[in-house]
Design a protein around this ligand. Structure first.
Ligand code: AMP
Length: 305
């Protein structure tokens, strides 16, 4: 197995292997990585739960453009689901996922088994810091404990230079940054802008479960995010007033049941009465039995695709 490298913009990009490798155990992954035997390899890593869509594809393409080797993992992590039926209903489309990963530049896809990730009697969990407390932390107790645990395990297994996460899961990105920082891990964490449908709905593996009616109404979330951002840019700085605007917009959809519409600081995720340039509005809402989340940074130009 050889790694063909050519320097581009000071980075060595690669065609890595002639074809993508799918590995199903940690030992196999380590054997493949060892065979490369090249210290100049810069590894980019994209952890996913599969059911890949254009959002995941963008993460993979970003990694492929910035690194010599891109590793993608596909693992539906049982410890981050606080409701068993949500785990059971999670879409699983491995064959299609492997094609999408390959088409977008993945070199290795790790598909570990649950037994290997969580051997019997496993109990070494990561308890994340304060970023995990509000919003998702309140609505989905234990969710971020499962996320932080699996992400740290995967980062230890893959040992990437950089790992890519979507801003679509804004709080998750903040929790991972805080976890990696507090555990003194060397990996760089990069956030990638949210990829949306034409009507603004953020791509999500859960969207396929929306009924036709719910799918039609779900873009109300993006309209609410944009309306609040506009009011912020127009000068409004009162948190409750801005959150009320979000709720008012969401209420225009009869199917939408709001779980939260909260403005907080983009790094700490703590809530303060005064909204600032570093604030982010996060929304979680149900459409029938499908729960969607989305967010918008109020000041930053995100250049979202
Ligand atoms: P998941 O498979 O849902 O765990 O997501 C894997 C990664 O893809 C996470 O870092 C997500 O934040 C990211 N992701 C999911 N949806 C999108 C999207 N619409 N745009 C960009 N990234 C996304």
């Amino acid at each position: 197995m050889s790694l063909t490298s050519e320097p581009v913009n000071g980075l060595t990009t690669s065609t890595a292997f002639s074809e993508m490798k799918t590995v199903r155990s940690i030992g196999e992954l380590h054997a493949v990585l060892k065979e490369l035997n090249d210290n100049n390899v810069r590894i980019g890593f994209v952890p996913t739960m599969g059911a890949l869509h254009s959002g995941h594809a963008t993460l993979i393409r970003t990694s492929a453009a910035e690194n010599t080797l891109t590793v993608v993992s596909i693992f539906v992590n049982p410890t981050q689901f606080n409701v068993q039926s949500d785990f059971d209903k999670y879409p699983r489309t491995l064959d299609e996922d492997l094609s999408i990963a390959e088409l977008n530049g993945a070199n290795i896809v790790l598909v570990p088994t649950a037994d290997e990730m969580y051997p019997k009697d496993f109990r070494t969990f990561i308890e994340p810091g304060g970023t995990a407390d509000p919003m998702e932390g309140q609505c989905r107790p234990g969710h971020f404990r499962g996320v932080a645990t699996i992400v740290v395990k995967l980062l230890n297994i893959v040992s990437p230079d950089v790992a890519y996460f979507g801003k679509k899961d804004f709080q998750q990105l903040a929790v991972i940054k805080e976890t990696v920082n507090q555990l003194n891990m060397k990996v760089e964490i990069t956030g990638v802008d949210t990829v949306r449908e034409k009507d603004g709905l953020a791509l999500s593996s859960r969207n396929v479960r929306l009924s036709d009616g719910a799918r039609e109404q779900a873009p109300v979330i993006y309209r609410a995010l944009q309306r609040v951002r506009q009011r912020f840019l127009d000068g409004e700085r009162n948190r409750s007033s801005l959150e009320d605007i979000a709720r008012e917009e969401l209420a225009t959809s009869p199917l939408c049941q709001v779980e939260y519409a909260t403005i907080c600081d983009a790094s700490t995720l703590q809530i303060s009465e005064v909204v600032s340039d570093t604030s982010v509005l996060c929304i979680a809402a149900w459409f029938d039995d499908v729960r969607l989340i989305d967010n918008i940074e109020l000041q930053a130009f995100t250049g979202e695709r």
